[in-house]
Design a binder for this molecule. Structure first.
Ligand SMILES: [Zn+2]
Length: 257
């Protein structure tokens, strides 16, 4: 059955779902929702792949090192994981200056990010990017290091930049995912209206940031329906159009049949 919606960024392998990961996946698949389970370090990247193995379709993974994780980036380890057919992107990787004020840590974040860009190139898979308070540096790095190849460059997950950041990233070929926050914060309305619908996809970032009416509860992929409804409202199109377009976008970006 073709998916109705696609949660492109979720962490169903995290401890918050302890013992219930398969039940959560089932609930999503039964509701016609496909998902990408996103790794953030060595352990959660391996677990992300593991979570996909029982499902012939609809459940995919990414492997990578989150900028807030204090782990060394082991290129060969991640390359090994990334060969798995269910791995559809490298990440989540990127820059997060929100709490990081010292220059040394920022330089380290950039090096780790560079290595993951390199890996994405080598294995020809797109990037799943996390960026917070660092769009200037992010765009500089992507502009100089990321030559747009015939494959898709990837996505900026939970985009929180400005219209100008969005424009530059659109020009580089990137797409943008939005999650539950758009159901209760109005800060993203304008940027969502600005970005063309064929460059927008949906995510939950579960277990975090559940949409209304689940706010404050543990989030899960099945709740993405609420975010899709809000996106339809903001874009002034039908739910069916949001469903069809965002699903098609996700499949195209991550090369999923
Ligand atoms: Zn995440």
């Amino acid at each position: 059955m073709p998916p109705k919606l696609f949660d492109v960024h979720t962490h169903i392998q995290f401890a918050a779902f302890n013992g219930e990961t398969d039940a959560v996946i089932r609930r999503a698949l039964d509701a016609g929702i496909w998902l990408i389970s996103v790794g953030t370090d060595k352990t959660t990247s391996a677990q992300a792949i593991e979570a996909t193995q029982k499902y012939p379709e609809g459940v995919y993974a990414t492997v990578g090192l989150h900028p807030n994780e204090n782990e060394k980036f082991e290129y060969e380890y991640y390359k090994g994981l990334a060969q798995d057919q269910k791995v559809v992107a490298i990440g989540e990787c990127g820059l997060d200056y929100y709490r990081i004020l010292n220059l040394e840590s920022r330089i380290l974040q950039k090096q780790v990010f560079d290595n993951q860009i390199l890996l994405a190139h080598e294995i020809k898979k797109p990037l799943m990017i996390h960026c917070r308070n660092a769009f200037g540096d992010l765009i500089k790095i992507l502009d100089s290091k990321f030559q747009i190849s015939n494959s898709s460059p990837g996505i900026i997950h939970f985009f929180s930049g400005t219209k100008d950041d969005a424009k530059q990233l659109l020009d580089l070929g990137f797409s943008f995912s939005f999650g539950g926050v758009i159901t209760f914060a109005r800060d993203y309305d304008e940027i969502i209206r600005y970005i063309p619908l064929d460059r927008i996809i949906l995510e939950t970032d579960a277990p975090y940031v559940a949409p209304i009416p689940y706010r404050g509860k543990r989030n899960e992929p099945a709740y993405i329906v609420e975010t899709a409804k809000k996106l339809a409202e903001l874009k002034n199109v039908s739910f069916e159009e949001i469903s069809a377009t965002t699903t098609l976008n996700a499949k195209r970006i991550f090369a999923i049949n």
